[in-house]
Ligand binder design. Structure first.
Ligand code: PLP
Length: 446
């Protein structure tokens, strides 16, 4: 909320002079705002609209639309987008020269990512997206007929498809376990534990799912797996740069992410983490000479690609760090709790994500009893210009789940007014219903 107290607090801490000349919305301005807030808790800053105004200014958005589908892809801040354009222009001057120069500088990007997300730079490969990262692992593991992969019915459709293809091609066995939402870490742990057989070689699960944001106990599952000689493949598409954690602390074997989601990097960026001792054992998707088999760079050998997109991850990382992982997570949670606390008062509203602290940040699902979810998402667009994803129960071979709702994914640039408009729209739907005019929403989510 824009309060006088908030204004005085920010104004007093920073001093008007510090704001002048920083260029509102610039990286410097964001850094200055964060420096001024350094002695306050992330939860306190999460409620300070003067601080978040500075972040909102850093984006070039179409504010005639309210984007609550940041879970698909997010706009990059201006500083990132401009860097990308600059690298594109530079590369185009003489691609063979500048492209390879940019490529050799990518070590800075890897080093920055490794430091921020808690691993070593020679354990991460830059990829084009989470699909590529995870498929490198799924296709690259040596598995023989009869070997079993345990995954869940609510894992990402493309990743399930990849295992299904290996099942058809290599005669492996794929077991998908189901779970209710929201559920607990203990429940998820025991479902995996019970599913283990002597043939189990792989656990594949999301850090948080793309549907309801269900959080998995990655470290506990990784320890369980390792104690039984099972490897862990973790889908972190929605986790990295969304809430704070360190990769080494998860203790998993493989971790694939998108950087064009919560890190706000340009579209076409992903990352693969491979625990050091696994690197020689995992085949790359595109072949490399034998001498490269021990190097993490073998996973980056994909031929010619746009280095500009990759190079500008450095700016996205700088922007993420300028806000600070804790402040960002606290703000995303604050935005979620703002709509959830209001809507949960109505008994017809079903919130399918845990609202407990440490479980949910900027991705949560809500449905209304008796209201068709696809029609609801269409209503959101038609009446309120809200872009939001309808999630409707899927069937095999895709994800399988029996719930339905809107997946609500705000971002650091989302205003309280936008969240309140969503609440108003839901209240309107609860009171007046929605015309099931057409079905713009679709099964599943991104
Ligand atoms: C859980 C999950 N895994 C994997 C992916 C694939 O990500 P990408 O589109 O970056 O390849 C997504 C995309 O939405 C996802 O939500």
């Amino acid at each position: 909320m824009w309060t006088r107290r908030g204004f005085l607090r920010v104004g007093g801490a920073l001093g008007a002079a510090a704001w002048i000349g920083k260029g509102s919305g610039s990286l410097k301005a964001v850094e200055a705002a964060s420096a001024a807030a350094a002695d306050r808790t992330p939860e306190d800053v999460a409620q300070d609209e003067f601080y978040w105004r500075e972040i909102q200014e850093a984006f070039t958005l179409d504010r005639t639309l309210i984007n609550l589908n940041n879970g698909n892809t997010c706009p990059s801040p201006r500083v990132v987008h401009e860097a990308c354009k600059r690298y594109m222009d530079m590369s185009n001057m003489l691609p063979v020269h500048y492209r390879s120069q940019a490529e050799s500088h990518l070590q800075t990007v890897r080093r920055g990512l490794a430091k921020e997300f808690g691993c070593d730079e020679d354990e991460i490969a830059l990829t084009r997206n989470a699909s590529e990262s995870l498929q490198i692992v799924q296709m690259g593991l040596d598995l023989k007929p009869g070997d079993e992969v345990i995954t869940t019915e609510q894992d990402y459709p493309r990743m399930l498809t990849t295992w299904d293809q290996r099942m058809r091609r290599d005669k492996i066995k794929v077991t998908r376990i189901q779970f209710p939402v929201p559920t607990t870490a203990d429940d998820l742990y025991s479902r995996f534990e019970r599913a283990i057989t002597p043939q189990t070689r792989v656990f594949h699960f999301c850090h948080i799912t793309n549907l309801t944001g269900q959080l998995f106990p990655v470290q506990r599952l990784s320890r369980l797996a390792r104690s039984k000689g099972i490897v862990t493949v973790v889908d972190g598409a929605h986790a990295i740069a969304h809430f704070p954690f360190k990769l080494h602390e998860l203790e998993c074997d493989y971790y694939g992410v998108s950087l064009h989601k919560w890190l706000l990097a340009p579209i076409g960026n992903g990352m693969l983490y491979v625990r050091r001792e696994n690197i020689p054992k995992l085949w790359p998707m595109q072949a490399v000479p034998e001498r490269q088999m021990n190097s993490i760079r073998k996973f980056e050998a994909i031929g010619t690609y746009p280095t500009a997109i990759r190079a500008s991850v450095a700016e996205a990382l700088a922007f993420h760090q300028a806000i600070g992982a804790d402040r960002k997570a606290a703000r995303l949670r604050y935005l979620t709790m703002r709509w959830a606390n209001e809507l949960k008062k109505n008994p017809r509203v079903k919130i399918l994500s845990s609202l407990e602290p440490g479980q949910t940040w900027g991705l949560a699902m809500v449905g209304i009893d008796g209201v068709d979810t696809r029609a609801l998402s269409q209503f959101m667009m038609d009446r309120y210009r809200i872009v939001i994803n309808a999630v409707v129960g899927g069937q095999p071979p895709a994800q399988v789940f029996d719930y339905t709702g809107l997946r609500v994914t705000p971002n650091v640039y989302t205003t309280l007014q936008e969240i309140d408009t969503f609440v108003d729209a839901m209240q309107d739907a609860l009171k007046n219903g929605v015309a099931a005019s057409n079905t713009r929403g679709r099964t599943g989510a991104d």
